[in-house]
Design a protein around this ligand. Sequence first.
Ligand code: ADP
Ligand code: ZN
Ligand code: ZN
Length: 731
Amino acid sequence: MIAEVIVDLSSESIDKIFDYESIEGLQRGQLVLVPFGNKQIEGFVVNLKAHTDIPQGKLKAVGSILRNEPVIKEEMFALAEFMKQEYHLRMVDILRLFLPAEMRGGRVREKIKNFVILNDEYKDVEKVVDIRKNAHQQHNLLCYMRANPIADYTKVCDTFSRGAVVALEQKGVLKLCEQVVDRRPKIYETEKKNVTLTVEQQHTLDAILNKQNGKFLIHGVTGSGKTEIYMRIIEDCVARGKTAIMLVPEISLTGQVLSNFTNRFGDNVAILHSGLSSGERYDEWQRIFSKKANIVVGVRSAIFAPVENIGAIIIDEEHDNSYVSESNPRYNTHEVAEFRANYNNCNFILGSATPSIDTFYRTEKGELTLLTMKNRANNKALPKIHIVDMCAELSRGNSSFFSFKFQDELKKCIDDGNQAIVFINRRGYSSFMRCVDCGYVAKCTDCDVSLVLHKEDNQLKCHFCGKRFKVLTRCPMCGSEKIKQGAIGTQRVVEELHKAFPSVPIFRMDNDTTKTKNSHMEILKKFAECKPAILVGTQMVAKGHDFGDVSFVGIIDADLSLHFSDFRSNERTFQLITQVAGRCGRAQKEGTVVLQTFSPKHFVYKKAIENNYDAFYSNEINLRKTTNFPPFSKIVRLLFVGGDELRVKEYLAKIYFKLKDILKPYGSDIYFVEAMNSPVKRIQGKFRYQILMRYKDELHEELIQKIYRLVDENKDARVSLFVEINQQNLS
Ligand code: ADP
Ligand code: ZN
Ligand code: ZN
């Protein structure tokens, strides 16, 4: 037999399958070592066949099998084919998603610990052991082992001496053995709750359980108790001997969700997120693979978990943009999840208080069943949102960052000993530094973006490449010392709040404070324990946290996302406001939200304060329809990236020319196609150009394959070309 192998090499620019002579017992999906050049490297066996075109003498044989059981199962091969077709990915990149780095290359191993075990016949206290009278350690150890028949070797040696262990082992009383121990991620305990479902919850759950292969959108207001429904769905899966996958956005995975799940399902849950250590990820994956854990809770990439016989796939906060992979390998988690749900013929459940426009449109088309929950599980009202017109505020003589209403409500919240959340969607201290006299703005030398002031380390930082620069004190162009700071960020807000409330603990949560492992969790945990307290943060604070004592939410600058030049800006702003507002008034305490804006009459704000998703949706979907934006069209970007600008432009022109030919027959179904600079012209010293196109949604399947073919047939060795479909963030 001949084995077709994809070698695990990233330098390989072509996606090639190599033939090797098979060895005894080899199966498709196994991980193997194969000779490649003068080395042995890892590879995936993707097929076994009878014949090869390679002449006899030249054919090399597979070196060895790395794991007995195939690591890539049939379902995953089918998924790989689907992803290759849809996203034009290299097979090796797809297989690597299925088998994380820790599982390959032998970099991470099982953790093995030594144990001491008391032999059975010595469990009987009557059994005489020949120990010298003054060998106290041996007597004590025997006594201890009779109470604890299995003990940690190192611990026992430390307590009783290694000599005693050896002596009893030689007498046949004890034996030593090795055992694999699981490294489990850290979980914070929360109280266990036993709840009776509300009528709405019961209704939603019944609809799902009555149809075991349905597709649903649970549209439930913040605090409507969606998590409880997910857990009941999963309980049902477990009872039927099936597995389940639940996806959550990275940040909301940190707090209560995890402990809720482990409280209920114990070791049957495996957790996969980016904060795990390599060892933890390895062990969690092993526990799933070996079927010790049947429930997977994790972020985007957990959709590739090696579970079989799936009973339900749940995507919580389905609108969250972390579900779209924005860098290579690019894929859409919803689509991958739906593929697996179809394959397993199981329930597919999306949940959100603010469903994406695309998803909600699918309920209108009948592709998803809509299940609505309009009330909070505890019957508390949704918080009241007050809009403050910041123009009017200025004319009233208030030029501070905080409106009078904001100040009053925050003070009341603090005086009552409650907690407050302040949202500002910009990290750092201020957004840019500009010379007042000549208009010079400090920019990154490698990227075409302005630098952000970070006061804590007194540096300017590039948010694209992370490069650091000295703070401007004098303009390098005209020498002026009049330097102005741009719009405020989280650091500045913390500084200002600290001046106003010097004795109140203030926590900051943004990309800068959450770089290290578990840091989200630590911040949220500390915040949860302090009253009064203020949590200042970027959109991270909006995501799914359930704090009982938050009675005030302040939104400092909502317009920031509204005036972003992107067709999704209305949608994102509505989601952000509803989600941040939804963090307060969740338990006994009433919640108040203050939203500061320079466009108080905007329909997005109006619908958000009325808490009227349906009205927002119908307004927005009409807008999309008349302007031919998604879901009625697909936006495809071809992104060209390279170090030699001229070469990038030449390549761009060549592709653009050919592309026009391909698109021509489609006439007015192509709404837009143009070649241009990318919004950020340079990142990390590389030039970026793009062809942006928008075409009728129904054309997608056909057109995208033509585009992929065009790209494949016209490669350039020095310019990278990426194809992006409905990308969230076009930088
Ligand atoms: P959502 O995800 O819909 O925003 P959560 O699942 O976080 O809402 O639930 C909000 C709060 O309501 C949680 O503290 C949860 O424990 C509580 N809860 C859920 N279901 C019930 C119920 N049936 N009765 C009482 N409290 C509930
Ligand atoms: Zn200047
Ligand atoms: Zn940079």
